[in-house]
Design a protein around this ligand. Structure first.
Ligand code: NAP
Length: 305
């Protein structure tokens, strides 16, 4: 598996990892989901991304199943949702998340979204870092302005090391300056929804991807993924439960394009003019409501665990 390294995270990371959004939602698929993650790790996709929010903690239980005897091989990324209004509440949430994963420590712990309380959340993360519970800390969905504000005020030995952001052929907002800045600062970019949640693999977009895929001798999804990780310092985290998808994604890291193929993808999927901004308004109430909604949704289904 091809790897990448950034200045703020002093280790090689595979350019393709694994996501877990929508895992853990149904008890009958939990084993299959954990098996998919384990297969992915076996194939070199050792970065696993999860979140307190996903299935209101149940995705972390799937991760726990997957990690059982392979914890040391995995670079575990977890995200704390920003609905906790206090320092202690955020620390408590991180401890609960860690218990659910059974991982012993986080490799990287992120704040899931920016809110007006982001300083409280980042301070909580830096305390968790100081306690040795998280090896690195970072953010997610922070735009350029937020990231600048996130720097000062943190103890200087706990820099923000990563920013998890939407990035795929259909969403290139990052490329308007922000990607350059993140790379220059040595911050890892974790590209989420690298397959556009599957949308890139339908309709007109699929036709373009299939053309390039045929030439390269790979699948359209591999074209989409390989394109996402063509820059250094970017790790994509596709979510896949189907074992054939897992295999496909692991092999995508090795795909190389000719300049002409890249130019064709560029023309078919233009960058646009709107720079990246978080897709949700940074109001505390939005996140409180969102978390309650996820909890209610999960309670309506059969219990997991
Ligand atoms: N920080 C954030 O706010 C944030 C937001 C969104 C996502 N994320 C993270 O990023 C991860 C990935 O993003 P995502 O789940 O939104 O979408 P995604 O990875 O772009 O797409 C997932 C969908 O693509 C399918 N798929 C995966 N590999 C495939 C392949 N090789 N061929 C065909 N279909 C394939 C999956 O199907 P199967 O599952 O059936 O295999 C699933 O339906 C999430 O799981 C989560 O960990 C973070």
């Amino acid at each position: 598996m091809r790897t990448t390294r950034v200045a703020r995270i002093d280790e090689d990371l595979p350019v393709v990892g694994q996501g877990t959004w929508h895992m853990g939602e149904r008890p009958e698929t939990r084993t299959r989901e954990a098996d998919a993650l384990r297969l992915g790790v076996e194939l070199g996709m050792t970065v696993i991304d999860t979140a307190e929010y996903y299935a209101a903690g149940r995705a972390e239980l799937v991760v726990a199943d997957a990690l059982r005897d392979i914890r040391a091989q995995v670079f575990l990324v977890d995200k704390i949702f920003p609905h906790h209004p206090t320092l202690e509440g955020t620390r408590r949430a991180a401890r609960a998340a860690l218990r659910r994963t059974g991982a012993g420590y986080f490799d990287l712990l992120l704040i899931h979204w920016p809110t007006p309380l982001f300083r409280v959340h980042l301070m909580a993360l830096s305390m968790i870092y100081a306690e040795g519970v998280a090896r690195y800390i970072g953010v997610s969905n922070f735009d350029q302005a937020w990231l600048v504000r996130a720097g000062p005020g943190l103890p200087s030995d706990t820099p923000v090391t990563a920013n998890q952001l939407p990035y795929n052929l259909g969403d290139r907002r990052l490329e308007l300056e922000f990607l350059n800045e993140l790379q220059a600062r040595g911050i890892l970019v974790m590209a989420y929804s690298p397959l556009g949640r599957g949308r890139l693999l339908r309709g007109r977009r699929l036709t373009v991807l299939s053309g390039v895929a045929r030439e390269v001798g790979v699948t359209p999804s591999q074209v989409a993924l390989a394109w996402t990780v063509r820059h250094p310092g970017v790790v994509a985290i596709p979510k896949a439960v189907d074992p054939s998808h897992v295999r496909d994604n692991a092999a995508a890291a090795e795909v190389v394009f000719t300049p002409e193929q890249l130019a064709r993808l560029d023309a078919a999927f233009p960058v646009g003019v709107k720079p990246y901004q978080p897709d949700l308004p940074a109001w505390q109430s939005v996140f409180r409501w969102a978390y309650q909604w996820e909890e209610r949704r999960m309670r309506r289904g059969p219990p997991v665990g």
